[in-house]
Design a protein around this ligand. Structure first.
Ligand SMILES: C[S@@+](CC[C@H](N)C(=O)[O-])C[C@H]1O[C@@H](n2cnc3c(N)ncnc32)[C@H](O)[C@@H]1O
Length: 327
């Protein structure tokens, strides 16, 4: 005999979920908001990638720092003789005064873009470069321009002239060659390339045409821009003073994207422990306190920071400043 199927009593009937229609403008229960999750994920990704890269790079630099290099790059005594016969842990720490990085730029110039390109991509550095460089306008001076990694981010329609400088001819000639791709884009803009040392008042170190160099470098500018130059020059405070002196007026802007010490001690310890090896490979003192430079007696009377933000655990500094003038 077929059993009759039990029918739910009226008490077990499903009730409608909403008894009233939603009020006008009411969107119903909101799901998780996507934008903050995506943004948070992106920030976390960049941060994690950055730290892994830093650790990886420190290890790489350590491997590259062979015994031979230790010997040949040992700092010199004041009389110029090598400090010989010391174990690496007994060697005096490298400083800009006892270790000259000039030679390094000749060796890294050819491979520079290839070597740092991927690091910059995963760190989202292109976005920070674009954000900074797209603000450059009027007569623009770029110092420590290296291989010209900023060319693509300029807006030529707002740039009247661009003087591209670097202390090392090997790096500047890479920039000059790269500029061929951008010539069309800058067809209305006067563009010049000059070797100049930013921490020696833009002294034109290796210029072929001294007259032209002095014309280009003695001009004053609406925008002075530097990306990752303060970590590499001998005296970054002096470099900031030279940038301020190169400005036309307090309406001019000094645009900086730099890297140095972090907000975090654990990261600073990593930077400090590996700075000797890093500087010998990359010519870069990566543990400088970039924001502290603005408190230096030479700088604080000359440069005023208008806005700044720090990225990658505080190691990357985005700074908009202007010269202090009593006009
Ligand atoms: C880390 S690279 C940065 C290059 C480029 N600005 C960029 O964003 O990719 C540092 C550059 O600073 C240059 N440099 C080092 N000391 C300098 C100095 N005293 N004056 C001008 N340039 C200098 C080096 O030749 C090198 O090209």
């Amino acid at each position: 005999m077929v059993k009759p199927v039990a029918r739910p009593s009226a008490a077990f009937k499903y009730k409608p979920l909403a008894t009233k229609p939603p009020a006008a403008g009411h969107q119903g229960k909101k799901g998780p908001r996507l934008a903050p999750i995506v943004m948070g994920g992106a920030v976390l990704y960049v941060a994690a990638t950055y730290v892994s890269m830093l650790v990886f790079k420190s290890k790489g630099d350590t491997t590259a720092y062979t015994k031979d290099q230790q010997q040949s790059h040992q700092p010199q005594d004041a009389d110029g003789s090598k400090v010989m016969g010391l174990r690496s842990d007994q060697l005096p720490r490298l400083t800009p005064d006892n270790y000259d990085t000039s030679r390094i730029w000749g060796t890294v110039a050819n491979s520079y873009d290839k070597e740092i390109g991927m690091d910059e991509t995963v760190m989202g550095m292109g976005v920070l470069r674009w954000w900074l460089v797209s603000q450059a306008k009027g007569d623009v001076l770029e110092v420590a321009a290296g291989t010209g990694r900023n060319f693509g981010y300029y807006r030529p329609s707002q740039v009247a002239s661009l003087v591209v400088t670097d202390d090392h001819a090997s790096m500047l000639s890479q920039a000059e060659a790269k500029f061929a791709q951008y010539k069309e884009k800058f067809h209305d803009t006067f563009v010049a390339f000059q070797t100049a040392n930013v921490d020696q008042h833009l002294h034109a170190s290796q210029a072929d045409n001294k007259e032209q160099a002095s014309q280009d470098l003695s001009r004053k500018f609406d925008t002075v821009i530097d990306t990752f130059g303060l970590c590499s020059c001998h005296d970054p405070a002096e470099a900031l003073v030279a940038m301020a002196d190169a400005c036309k007026s307090s309406e001019s802007r000094i645009l900086l994207l730099e890297h140095g010490r972090s907000h975090y001690d654990w990261l600073n310890r990593l930077l400090d422990a590996n700075v000797d090896k890093h500087v010998q490979k990359w010519g870069c003192w990566w543990n400088r306190g970039i924001m502290d430079l603005f408190q230096d007696d030479r700088v604080k009377d000359k440069v005023e920071v208008l806005s700044s933000s720090r990225w990658h655990f505080g190691t990357t500094c985005y700074i908009v400043a202007r010269p202090k003038r009593s006009e």
